[in-house]
Design a protein around this ligand. Structure first.
Ligand code: ATP
Length: 220
């Protein structure tokens, strides 16, 4: 019989994709033994303005960035859907493809996790996937003992589902696991601002992606 499949999902605007995304995905894949990580660009990201780069450009930049890491796969399913790009819909469609047994892990930075209760149908996320929270520099998790929670619903969700036991991730869904990866304090916003100011973001993102940006005069 085939071993159970562990599939990670990294969603984002990727405007542009950078080494912060790539390194955290790689470390999570290695530490949790993932078979595959799907990079899923958000076509119409809720809660934010239009991305600067076009859908196609963001997709092409992700494709360039993940070249050479066979476990990283570009997945354009949010572009093939109408309306806002909700993660719960994406997970539902992945679950339909994978079946009920596979372990599906939504990998998100702690900044994104802290806003989880603002996501569309957030209560259903853990019925479809696990959530792996990656501690992002400058964004502490408020769940340490004694800390006063800012979002009681999120605190409750965390208390009910949090587990440090890696074996729990072999279930198909339902667990919140948090981990620290090498802190790379890089954001796409900062990269766009640097380029607009005429500074080079070299070494904050893959060279192939930087060349792509330069050739098309993006973010100037
Ligand atoms: P922006 O600055 O435009 O908001 P971003 O750099 O935060 O972009 P997104 O595409 O919004 O990138 O992020 C997608 C996912 O990657 C989110 O879950 C986010 O928390 C995570 N992420 C982004 N940058 C990092 C980083 N440097 N380290 C770890 N996780 C990151």
């Amino acid at each position: 019989m085939r071993e159970q499949q562990l599939l990670g999902v990294v969603g984002g605007t990727f405007d542009p994709i950078h080494n912060g995304h790539l390194r955290m995905a790689l470390e999570v894949a290695n530490r949790l033994g993932l078979d595959e990580v799907r990079f899923i660009p958000s076509a119409r990201p809720p809660h934010r303005g239009e991305p600067d780069a076009t859908d196609r450009q963001r997709l092409e930049m992700v494709a360039l960035a993940i070249e050479g890491e066979p476990r990283f796969i570009l997945d354009d399913r949010e572009y093939r859907r109408e309306g806002e790009s909700y993660m719960v819909d994406t997970l539902e469609s992945l679950r339909q493809e994978l079946g009920s047994e596979a372990s599906l892990l939504l990998i998100i930075g702690s900044d994104a996790f802290l806003g989880l209760t603002g996501w569309h149908r957030w209560q259903q996320l853990l019925a479809l996937a696990h959530i792996v929270v990656v501690l992002r520099p400058g964004s502490e998790l408020m769940f340490e003992k004694g800390a006063k929670p800012r979002d009681l619903e999120l605190q409750k969700l965390y208390d009910m589902h949090h587990s440090t036991d890696l074996n729990d991730l072999k279930r198909s869904c339902g667990v919140i696991h948090s981990l620290e990866t090498t802190a790379l304090e890089i954001s796409a916003t900062e990269i766009r601002q640097m380029i607009a100011a005429g500074e080079s973001p070299q070494f904050l993102l893959p060279e192939t992606v930087l060349n792509y940006i330069d050739e098309r005069n993006l973010y100037r």
